[in-house]
Design a protein around this ligand. Structure first.
Ligand code: AMP
Length: 251
């Protein structure tokens, strides 16, 4: 069986950058900050490319919902091996419900046999979009995948749960969300970066897709975590016990 695989990829603050709270205290500063593909989406994309290489998929389509600059993320995805890309353009910061509703429109248009996506975006750590999308489509979902095997129109997915690995079988089409240990994404080679420039990238306007994008959540405040106090080195066990009793008051 061959199918199209759709991979939603989000442009986020690069994972090496220490996020700073934006001046308005309502989010994270993105101006002048290095942005990259969400690391879990790279993993989801790598898995989709491997499925195509193994003959389970006929093509890999990547979609990003975001500003014009998310084009760079889509070009990177095509340099890694995706065949074509769709940019759903919006300057608004959308929450998972709106993203899932937009993705549903793209799924209905592209008809994939599988949606392979990240378990969460590392900017706001929502961990919700895949689950909402599966529910909206009425498709099975297998979240936090650490292994995916395709056979007989089904996906056998190992998922990391508290205390071990759970194996679930889902019939396709389905939504699978990738966990960290699923694979190690490849780097884009220079010739593939050049080739990616010629691959098709379609741009749609988010407002034109007939989806309600009204925010339901209100961010009250975003603040830095409290700074850690410097520790002290105690000389003896007696001193430690004394401090635990008198200063930390945990004994
Ligand atoms: P979240 O629920 O926001 O933590 O995101 C989970 C996954 O949904 C991400 O790993 C992406 O695969 C996908 N996703 C979320 N936001 C977007 C977006 N703006 N564009 C494309 N994919 C997205």
């Amino acid at each position: 069986m061959t199918m199209k695989v759709l991979v939603p990829v989000k442009r986020v603050v690069d994972y090496n950058i220490k996020p700073r709270v934006a001046a308005d205290g309502r989010g994270v500063e993105t101006q002048g900050v290095k942005m990259s593909m969400n690391p879990f989406d790279e993993i989801a994309l790598e898995e989709a490319i491997r499925l195509r290489e193994k003959g389970h998929a006929s093509s890999v389509v990547v979609v990003s919902i975001g500003p014009q600059a998310a084009q760079d993320t889509l070009r990177t995805a095509m340099a890694m091996g995706a065949d074509q890309a769709i940019l759903v353009r919006t300057d608004a910061a959308l929450e998972p419900l709106a993203v899932a509703n937009l993705l549903k429109v793209i799924v209905e248009r592209e008809n994939p046999g599988l949606v392979s996506m990240g378990k969460q975006a590392i900017d706001d750590d929502m961990n919700a979009t895949g689950q909402i999308l599966a529910a909206k489509l009425g498709w099975p979902q297998a979240t936090f995948a650490s292994q995916v095997k395709i056979h007989d129109g089904k996906a056998e997915v190992s998922r990391e749960v508290d205390g071990g690995i759970e194996v679930v079988n889902v019939s396709l089409p389905a939504v699978i969300t990738a966990d960290l240990r699923l694979n190690e994404p490849r780097y884009a080679s220079l010739p593939n970066i050049m080739k990616a420039r010629k691959k098709p990238l379609e741009t749609l306007d988010a407002e034109s897709l007939g989806v309600d994008l009204t925010p339901r959540l209100k961010v009250v405040n975003v603040s830095e975590p409290p700074e850690r106090q410097a520790g002290v080195i105690v000389e003896t066990v007696d001193e430690l016990v004394h401090k635990l009793k008198t200063e930390a008051k945990v004994l």
